[in-house]
Design a protein around this ligand. Sequence first.
Ligand code: ZN
Length: 220
Amino acid sequence: MGGNSAPWRVTLTFDNGPDAEGTPRVLDTLRRRDLRATFFVIGERLREPALRALAERARAEGHVVGNHTLTHGTPLGLRPEAEAIREVEEAQALLGPLGEPERLFRPNGDGALGAHLIGPALRRRLAARGYTVALWNAVPRDWEDPEGWPDRTLALCAAARPWAVLVLHDSVPAAMQRLDAALDGLAASGARFVQDFPDACVPIRPRAAGLTEQQGRNVA
Ligand SMILES: [Zn+2]
């Protein structure tokens, strides 16, 4: 077996929520299809009880909830390091038990990978505190084209074989009306939906389970 019929993986991620309209739409779709994903939430949104309840629902339904900064402002690598660290740690405090034990963090960067995402001091802090940083390799820019994005998604994910990490936005409810169509296309092309992340998209990952923070620093 080879070529287009070879099995491949897609990790589903939904960023910039929770959103009062978009997040329930995504959760309903995933539940109907029995799929598990990761929601990278904007920390300050969790101060609103109704939005926090949506993150709690996601967790209860088997999804992972990750940290996507406190305010989703200027990319953290372009900001003073102390401010960048505060963006991560205040968001993590708001997440509380919702973010444990995974401690997943995803920086914001308008879809682009690069040095603007995380500066050196924040990188050291994330590593020392046991965070896993989860980036991406397929961004169909659903927010720019809420109707047409599924058409681009299959090609972008196929280009990222054997393992695509797809970034979608539950913060854009109009786009999420097309989620089923995108998932249908991926499933029809043999994609298997998984919840973990490939090493190629994880620049920071705890070295080994069970290490204390001090031991972790010693082996780093
Ligand atoms: Zn984002």
